[in-house]
Design a protein around this ligand. Structure first.
Ligand code: SF4
Length: 321
């Protein structure tokens, strides 16, 4: 049995225990669109989303994907030897015919340095055939299914034009569990209209879902989104850096100790970021949260969902390969 010690359980800890080599995550745009943009579920997308801020649009899908991975690996190799998890990030990466999904995922797996696939998607884009395909992929590689949960309040999801419900999330996670891949929930804190109590309620409900990991994002305003206009009109606010650190520490204290954390804050290039502009690196954000937990004499899982402090907490096991 191997146990991670520390104030919080980071994805890097998980990877160190799972793989005997360094592993990077390599984001790609495989040319997907999104049912919340093409009219299937809605038009225009979520009010905070502009995927142009993630990566440029793809042209020829498999060829372009191969090119992106080649370039990404060349860049990464400069920082030393290692392997890659190809992160299908832009738009909805399970939104397509099964054969096309298989072709694109296989394109990534054709690279010997690729040891995993991370597939980001919406909770309402996970029919059984897709889950079966991801399950099948686990026989060849590591698979992370990343589901956009964002919040567990339907009124907030509606106000963001997410075009799915909390019930969709619960249904997707219930059907995805036990299929051999890791399930990661994306959460956003500080969304317009949410109180601290609502955010902690999201943590409580998400902790009960049976996820393997979460990504913590603070709400930020990106250029060319509907929320940018609302921000400039002074109708919405964003968190300051100290506010985020305090809130993130509250969140981490309430997350199960067995669940690993992939992100400590949202990230967006300066080219696309309107607010907040903290000027902090990811490393600095992690360090600040750890320092806040240390100041409190606390750690991940130290506070139960109902707000009580536990006596002793240890992080859970990770699979060995
Ligand atoms: S955030 Fe995701 S689900 Fe929403 S519009 Fe953008 S790609 Fe689609």
């Amino acid at each position: 049995m191997r146990v991670v010690e520390g104030r919080l359980y980071r994805f890097s800890d998980y990877l160190r225990l799972r793989y005997p080599f360094k592993v990077w995550k390599l984001p790609v745009d495989a040319g997907f669109t999104c049912p919340n943009r093409d009219g299937t579920k809605g038009w225009g997308g979520c009010t905070y989303c502009d995927n142009r801020s993630f990566s440029p649009p793809a042209r020829d899908r498999a060829v372009e994907l191969r090119r992106q991975i080649e370039h990404g690996l060349v860049r990464r190799r400069r920082s030393g030897p290692g392997r890659a998890i190809v992160y299908f990030q832009a738009y909805t990466n399970t939104y397509g015919a099964i054969d096309e999904l298989r072709r694109l995922y296989d394109t990534a797996l054709a690279f010997p340095e690729v040891v995993g696939l991370a597939i980001a998607t919406r909770p309402d884009c996970l029919p059984e055939g897709v889950l079966d395909l991801l399950s099948e992929m686990t026989r060849r590689t590591g698979v992370w299914l990343e589901i956009g949960v964002e919040t567990t309040h339907d009124a907030i999801l509606a106000s963001l034009n997410r075009a799915h419900t909390v019930a969709d999330v619960e249904d997707a996670v219930r059907r995805a569990r036990g299929r051999g891949f890791e399930i990661v929930g994306h959460l956003i804190f500080g969304l317009p209209g949410e109180t601290r109590a609502m955010m902690l309620e999201t943590v409580r409900r998400v902790s009960e879902l049976g996820l393997d990991a979460v990504k913590l994002h603070h709400f930020y305003v990106a250029k060319a989104t509907p929320l940018e206009k609302a921000f400039h009109r002074g109708e919405i606010q964003v968190l300051t850096f100290p506010e985020w650190i305090e809130l993130a520490a509250d969140v981490v204290e309430r997350l199960p100790a067995s669940l690993y954390i992939e992100r400590a804050a949202g990230e967006l290039s300066n080219e696309w970021l309107v607010a907040p502009r903290w000027g902090k690196s990811g490393t600095e954000v992690w360090a600040a949260i750890e320092a806040e937990l240390e100041r409190r004499g606390s750690r991940q899982g130290n506070v139960s969902a109902c707000g009580r402090h536990s006596v002793e907490v240890r992080h859970g096991d990770v699979p060995q390969v």
